[in-house]
Write a protein that binds this ligand. Structure first.
Ligand code: SAM
Length: 246
């Protein structure tokens, strides 16, 4: 997968991608990250990327010409049809379903806005998607791009080591993940649940599922309504609700 990020602050993006899973995915050849400095696509001496808003109002607006030029240079050099994504608080909210979809793509181009946002013609005539990371406002799209990249890259086959399974993550199977424990077996008088020491893999699997369902029921019941539950999940949930679960 190739991910290109268009930004006026390329240096903000270098260190987050120099470590961890994203870096490892690049090393393994699963991922290539390109950072494009928007200022290189300006034509004036001051490398201007923003201007005053027509009709007045506060805040500068990012000019359309450099953004179109930068995106087209990447699109024209692409071997596939890239998804060209504007990071924007007004877009579709990023969730695990969307991350799974994006992880299937060959090439993503992410456009980071700044100031009061980008010229509306970018939204109307350039991009294929507009994606928000949540209902709050950041000063720029760079941190939003990092969030998207990290969430998508964990889903690339081979990106995680054996010890980290994306399939067990919250949301991936429609539920919150259950509790996790590690050594020591007893910490400050607090033991781990005995079933985890039983060696009975099937019992442990069912216990984990029950804990994930219980946690989801208590914290995010909306997820249970939104996702199709298996017959086994429904039976466990029934037991939780009538108090007969172990
Ligand atoms: C200060 S914001 C502009 C907000 C804009 N005035 C609005 O009300 O929609 C500047 C840039 O940060 C990015 N941004 C801020 N919050 C975001 C969010 N929640 N999701 C995605 N991008 C965001 C976008 O690229 C945006 O163009």
């Amino acid at each position: 997968m190739k991910i290109d990020i268009i930004t006026i602050f390329p240096q903000v993006l270098t260190s987050p991608f120099a470590e961890g899973i994203v870096h490892r995915a690049c090393e393994k050849g699963l991922l290539e990250i390109g950072i494009t400095n928007l200022r290189e696509f300006t034509t004036d001496r001051h490398k201007t990327t923003d201007d005053l808003p027509f009709g007045g109002g506060g805040g500068m607006v990012m000019k359309p010409e450099p953004i179109f030029k930068a995106a087209h240079s990447l699109i024209n050099n692409s071997s596939s049809q890239p998804r060209t994504i504007l990071l924007s608080p007004q877009g579709r909210t990023l969730d695990q379903t969307l991350c799974n979809q994006l992880s299937q793509e060959n090439h993503l181009i992410l456009i980071c806005g700044r100031y009061s946002g980008v010229d509306e013609r970018v939204r109307k005539h350039l991009i294929t998607d507009e994606i928000s990371i949540g209902d709050y406002i950041l000063s720029g799209g760079e941190v939003c791009a990092m969030v998207l990249v990290e969430a998508v890259v964990r889903l690339l086959p081979g990106a995680l080591g054996n010890e980290e399974s994306a399939q067990e993550d919250s949301f991936q199977s429609g539920l919150l993940g259950g509790p996790r424990y590690t050594r020591p077996q007893e910490f400050q008088g607090l033991p781990i649940p005995e079933i985890l020491l039983s060696g009975d893999h099937e019992k442990v699997r069912v216990w984990r599922r029950k804990e994930a369902l219980l946690r989801t029921l208590l914290r995010r019941p909306d997820l249970l309504e939104r996702n199709k539950l298996t017959e086994e999940d429904q039976a466990i949930l029934e037991k939780i609700r009538n108090g007969s679960a172990d």
